[in-house]
Design a protein around this ligand. Structure first.
Ligand code: GTR
Length: 410
């Protein structure tokens, strides 16, 4: 079957009997291996030198915006460290990662490093929603400072300690030999639309006027993940060539974009990233481009909203965001009740990216039958599961991520 026919077949199958997840718009995916000038990509070299940069340009100019280079004065200060975390399982370290000389712009990274290690260990890195203190009941984790809180959305209410602890299975991760690091995403760019005067946009853009391709918040959070990786590169206990970047929901969109923009990330995990993350936009199932741009215009560059209701005119689709991770391992997870994120569309972005992995001589997920709930699938460097239940990150998800990472990072 020709490539075009295969893509059409995939499109038709994709709207067939997966009634549990509802119906979707019929669609035809752009071929990730077709250059804008019509040429077909035939080699790894051509992908790396020509097609990948073309796609990066597409995502930058039309979706996430153009991220700047590194911070003007990146420096690190260990604020606290103790080897006694979780009854001696891990060393906790809290680090201020500052972006400017005067330390007006910084994030606080919370790290746990397993004590039982022989050499440098691989790590998971991901941003969190509610603050480091909300990821655990560890009482030594610092609350956000008053000074930091003053930069968050007016009226922001500090979540309770451990409010999101169920999302961070620290002891499980650590006991499997991984370090784990996280920061609150508001530290990098508070998640509300104030015209980009807050967060690192202000620092990095200065007085430069914004245009339709200027970076949005997802791009800023991804930039923050890269600055954390800069720090991890200085930590002897961590093998910085083995850092998996992970995120849930809007932060799953962010981990995918971080994996695309920063190829130092060795493995990329999208947990329920949905619309503008792993989900195929053309399916228009659950959240659409129009809906997301209406609710969260600040997440993207201004150009993105012009595709609202016109997804079929997008010169790309989200399988090409997955393809930008190739040849590195990528995992896409969904939850059965998370219809808003379109689990079927999330699955098909893996299938749509598989031809690019193939170009690297790697197997990928190619079955056009969406796997059953809680029937995880790993093929080559692609992993997938649909957890039973709602939009969340739970131990079931972490168990799959750790076992997937074991294949590549151990
Ligand atoms: C929803 C949004 C989704 C997803 C989610 C989240 O309101 O529509 O795209 O990002 O928020 O981040 O929890």
């Amino acid at each position: 079957m020709s490539k075009t026919l295969r893509l059409i077949a995939l499109a038709i199958l994709a709207v067939l009997p997966i009634s549990a997840f509802g119906q979707a718009n019929p669609y035809e995916l752009p071929d990730p291996l077709r250059m804008e000038d019509g040429r077909l990509v035939r080699s790894k070299r051509q992908w790396i030198k020509e097609r990948r940069p073309e796609l990066m340009e597409m995502f930058r100019s039309r979706m996430f915006g153009r991220e700047p280079g590194t911070a003007p004065d990146l420096h690190f200060e260990v604020l606290e460290e103790s080897p006694d975390a979780f009854g001696g399982l891990a060393t906790r370290r809290q680090v201020k990662i500052s972006f400017d000389k005067d330390e007006n712009y910084y994030l606080v990274l919370l790290m746990y490093i397993p004590n039982n290690r022989k050499g440098p260990v691989p790590a998971f890195l991901g941003a969190n929603f509610k603050g480091n203190h909300a990821t655990t009941d560890d009482p030594a984790v610092m609350m956000p400072s008053k000074e930091k809180l003053a930069t968050y959305q007016p009226g922001y209410v500090v979540p309770d300690r451990n409010a999101n602890g169920h999302r961070w299975s620290y002891e499980y991760i650590l006991s499997h030999g991984y370090a784990v690091a996280t920061f609150c995403y508001h530290d990098v760019d508070p998640d509300y639309h104030d015209g980009f005067h807050n967060g690192v946009h202000k620092l990095m853009d200065g007085d430069n006027p914004r245009d339709n391709e200027s970076w949005g918040s997802i791009s800023a959070w991804a930039w923050g993940l890269s600055r954390c990786l800069d720090y991890l590169e200085t930590v002897k206990a961590i093998d910085s060539r083995k850092v998996a970047v992970i995120g849930h929901s809007r932060l799953g969109k962010t981990s995918l974009w971080a994996g695309a923009t920063d190829q130092r990330f060795a493995l990329v995990i999208s947990n329920d990233s949905g619309c503008s993350g792993a989900a195929i936009a053309r399916r228009k199932h659950g959240e659409t481009v129009e809906a997301i741009c209406r609710s969260f215009p600040h997440w993207f560059c201004a150009n993105y909203s012009s595709y609202g209701g016109k997804e079929e005119t997008m010169p790309w689709d989200q399988h090409e965001l997955i393809a930008l991770i190739a040849p590195r391992p990528v995992y896409v997870a969904s939850a059965s009740e998370d219809d808003w994120a379109d689990p079927v569309g999330e699955y098909f972005s893996l299938v749509g990216a598989a031809p690019v992995y193939r170009l690297f001589g790697l197997d990928g997920i190619t079955s056009t039958t969406v796997p059953e709930i809680e029937n995880p699938v790993v093929v080559g460097r692609m992993g997938h599961h649909i957890r039973r239940g709602a939009h969340n990150v739970l131990i079931y998800d972490w168990e799959r991520y750790v076992s997937f990472a074991d294949r590549f990072l151990k």
